[in-house]
Design a binder for this molecule. Sequence first.
Ligand SMILES: [Zn+2]
Length: 248
Amino acid sequence: MRLTVLGAGPAYTDRRDSTGASYLVEEDGTHLLLDLGQGSFPRIFPHVPPQDVDAIVVSHLHPDHFIDLVPLRHYLRYHLEPARRVRVLAPTALGERLDCLHAQPGFTAEALDVEVLGTRDHHIGALTVRGALVAHTDESYAMRVSAAEGAPGLVYSGDCGRADDLAPLARAGDTLLVEVSFGEGPVPPGAMHLNGDGVGRLAAATRPGRVLLTHLQMGHDVEATLASVRAAYDGPVEFVWPGSAFDL
Ligand SMILES: [Zn+2]
């Protein structure tokens, strides 16, 4: 199973070349995208024609995790002859959200086959995806992607306000791709995101094979964030950026 980072940015940033959250997972000819944030659509092309993506899994309905479904929808409908469709697994009402954005009922359904992600297993080609509800919006999912029973998997936090919500998905040896929005700093009251301390404690409890940090908000320091994770966790940890790739 191979992970390629298309985008690892937060909702807004001054970091040059930042792209919204999007991660490509590939296994034996299966192509799965986790989220499709701002600017990520063109980054699909070097890896796979977007129409050949087997499914896109959307963690939650904040635009920095799904807004590039709009250019994808246009591309599928207007650029290809005949038009193509792509499967999307998402929280309830993704379709209505995109339809509202365009003030056009049926806008989404013209190119995207949307299903509710929920918390059951979905078999997508050579990969299996399981969602778990996490504290963030009313319906936010983390997810575990795996290629084979017993093999190390990938746990992706989406946006998550309580690190303990990720523990039921994580198995020892998995790769933990986790948001660290508030970096080295405290998480302000009511902000449903994680910081380095929370991630470090989670990793110490669940023993992943490695920790990949993402979604760092503007104004937080990379090295200080790494140090705050390492204060609680002694395993491998690094930030990911567009173009980062890993064989899991
Ligand atoms: Zn969010």
